[in-house]
Design a binder for this molecule. Sequence first.
Ligand code: HEM
Length: 403
Amino acid sequence: MTEPVPTGIQLTALDPRFREDPYPVLAELRKREPVHRDTELQRIIFTRHDDVFAILRHPHLWSDPRKGNPGSFAREFLSRGDDEPSMLLMDDPGHRRLRELVRHPFTPRAVERWRPRAREVAQHVIEGIEGGEFDLIQRVADPIPTMVIAELLGIDPDMHGQFKAWSDAMIVVAFSPVNAPEDVSAAEEAWAALDGFFRGEIERRRREPGTDLISTMLRAEESGDRLSADEIVSQCNLLLLAGNLTTTDLIGNGVMALLRNPDQLAKLRARPELMKNAVEEMLRYDSPVTNSGRIAHEDMEIGGEKVLQGESLVVSLAAANRDPAIYPEPDRFDIERADTHHQAFGGGRHFCLGAHLARLEAAETLAVLLERFPKLELGEGGHRYAANPTFRGMKYCWVRGDR
Ligand code: HEM
């Protein structure tokens, strides 16, 4: 008898099998039920590349979880009551307005200015590592993105430890369907602390404006329109949440892919000009954000399935990025893959605002790491993936670096 199709928690990193390696499970789902009604978590999961592509670019589907049906995945797990939502969870016209107001510092040209600084941060952090066994996540992948974001926001880089603690506490519950009460209260405390902190920073920038992102947001004006303090706080929180863990996971998953594929690592060392393509392949091969979602704005048909207004549509970016209909030998990590376009940054109106920054940080960090350690391999201490249903990344990963 064939096994039942995996569903509910089995399709999240809360399940140990999925957590360690979600790809065989997702491949099975894509083959057997590419549009899957998950009645346990009240969502419809799409795993084919083309369905994911179409949903992300659909002009009318909603992103605001408060519009989901009561009991639906979006409404239950993403909606945070009356808080000012960040742009990620907003619909037009509010989304367009906010994005227009904050997008300028994130254009490829504006971000490119940060490359030398990102390299310096990476050098500073990686220079401090002695050699021998070390935890790649704690020593490299965690601190670098937090320090870069802190600098972008004009905040003392020494705050990065505090920043990291706040954002970790919030992220545990922000995108998870199941939460322990102590995690919820820790997240609420972190939220309140960060809110107070950003309000203080905004006041400081009003008095002493600079060139940082908070000052830029305060100055931002489109057709006489400006951001309120609440809106700036909410965008800062989003940048911290959306920009930290994701980039940490890109660096961690990317190094893991290289260490598990020594031929690819050797190729990258021999031909550093492949770095740009290698980072794209890392994003495709082991996507840091595994899913995103939308809500049906009316009764409609998507991917051959009838969906009703208010139902939660979850797109599996991880599955789409390994769809054999698009990528030949999708489970092969190939830094020279010709067609590395992927959906790791989403698509359409909500396409990741930080995509260029993330690419740049990862490329600079990896370049410095490979330079500093001519020999790098998996260590004895092992690794562990985090039990987070939206983000795929490791809590720790011991590697051995020799000079
Ligand atoms: C590897 C790193 C990253 C990945 C994989 C990633 C992934 C994503 C994805 C998939 C979305 C779209 C969600 C959707 O369509 O529903 C998104 C949105 C977003 N990301 Fe990223 N992200 C990364 C890094 C960053 C960084 C570094 C920043 C900023 C500093 C950032 C800021 C944002 C913002 C502001 C949005 C919301 C855009 C909107 O709603 O219009 N991300 N990201």
